[in-house]
Every structure is written in structure tokens, then in C-alpha cells.
Ligand binder design. Structure first.
Ligand SMILES: Nc1nc2c(ncn2[C@@H]2O[C@H](COP(=O)(O)OP(=O)(O)OP(=O)(O)O)[C@@H](O)[C@H]2O)c(=O)[nH]1
Length: 172
């Protein structure tokens, strides 16, 4: 699945292309072509399924075959939080944080059903990819000399103005 999501970061229009790969084994070879050149990789698991957390290591290894690990922003996302009790969730969270730390990924827990944390998560993806795009652009144009001032207008409260997101599939 492919989707374009428009954001506005510090007053600058910024679009993310989101490529959602299929999880089934038979689509794995196709998935790898989508990872190539990704700025950010989001690996999603089910917080109610320990095996799915374990599988994230393999998903990451596959995705990193196509990318330079030092150039990609990683997120580990636990989904279906609505289906776990607070006690079950906090048990799982310990393991998830450990895996995220090993991967050097930022960890988020969300629910596509209730929408919990979904917007904030994508705003975070937009903010970090925007930042890395700006830095990459500065490096490309060799404008990053000591003493140069980079001015980005707009105030912080405007950082996360975005177009409304589509409802997640499971809520339709
Ligand atoms: N309760 C609940 N159900 C969810 C949530 N997210 C997804 N689901 C359900 O889980 C099932 C699988 O969701 P998908 O979004 O298709 O999962 P996927 O990982 O993209 O599946 P692949 O096609 O293998 O890539 C669907 O029945 C969804 O409705 C969630 O946050 N909470």
C-alpha cells in the first residue's frame, strides 16, 4: 500500500511517502525493493503477541540490507494496545524497550482502533525526517560552514500542523 501524507513543519510544507509492505512470507521479496533508500523505517508488531516482537529483528535485518543503517531513522511500534490490560502491556513494554534499544529505534505504542498515539507518532516521524532532510540538503549544498546561520521561520507551536489523517483500516 502507498500513501502520501502532507505535513507542515515550521511553516514548510513537507510530504511523507508511506509505503506499507505486506507481512506475509510470500511478499517478502517484493517488500525489500520498497525499503531501498528509505529515510525512516517503521517496524510494527502486536503488543499482545510476543512472537511478533521477536520477528521484528528479522524484519529490521531485511530492511537494513537495502539501506545504510547510519542514514535511516528507525521506529519500533507496538500496535493493538487496546487489546491488552495495563498489567499485560507493562510486561510487554519492558521487552519491547529492550529490543528497541538494541535496534537503536525509537519505541512507540499505539492503537489503530482507538487512534491512541497514532497522530503523535506520525508527527514525530515527520519531524525527524524533516530534520534529516534539512541536514542532508545543507550537506549537499555545502552550506554548512562554521559561522553560517540557518534560519527556519515559524514558531514551535506551528511545528505540527498537518492535514487530517485517513482513518486506519481497522476502523472503517
Ligand atoms: N483491536 C485492534 N485491531 C487491530 C489494530 N490494528 C490492526 N488491527 C486488526 O488486525 C488485523 C490486521 O491488521 P492489518 O493492518 O491488516 O495488519 P498488517 O500487519 O498490515 O497485515 P499485513 O497484511 O500482513 O501487512 C485486522 O483485522 C485489523 O482490523 C489495533 O490497533 N487494534
Amino acid at each position: 500500500d502507498f500513501e502520501m501524507e502532507r505535513f507542515e513543519v515550521l511553516g514548510v510544507p513537507f510530504s511523507l511517502q508511506l509505503w506499507d509492505t505486506a507481512g506475509q512470507e510470500r511478499f517478502k521479496c517484493i517488500a525489500s525493493t520498497y525499503y531501498r533508500g528509505a529515510q525512516a523505517i517503521v517496524i510494527v508488531f502486536d503488543v499482545n503477541d510476543v512472537a511478533s516482537l521477536e520477528h521484528t529483528r528479522q524484519w529490521l535485518a531485511d530492511a537494513l540490507k537495502e539501506n545504510d543503517p547510519s542514514n535511516v531513522i528507525l521506529f519500533l511500534v507496538g500496535s493493538k494496545k487496546d487489546l491488552s490490560t495495563p498489567a499485560q502491556y507493562s510486561l510487554m513494554e519492558k521487552d519491547a524497550l529492550k529490543v528497541a534499544q538494541e535496534m537503536r529505534a525509537e519505541y512507540w505504542a499505539v492503537s489503530s482502533l482507538t487512534g491512541e498515539n497514532v497522530r503523535d507518532f506520525f508527527f514525530r516521524v515527520a519531524a525527524l525526517t524533516f530534520e534529516s532532510s534539512v541536514l542532508a540538503e545543507l550537506e549537499r549544498s555545502s552550506a554548512r560552514r562554521i559561522g553560517d546561520t540557518v534560519r527556519i521561520s515559524g514558531n514551535e507551536s506551528e511545528l505540527y500542523l498537518s492535514a487530517p489523517r485517513k482513518k486506519p483500516k481497522c476502523c472503517q
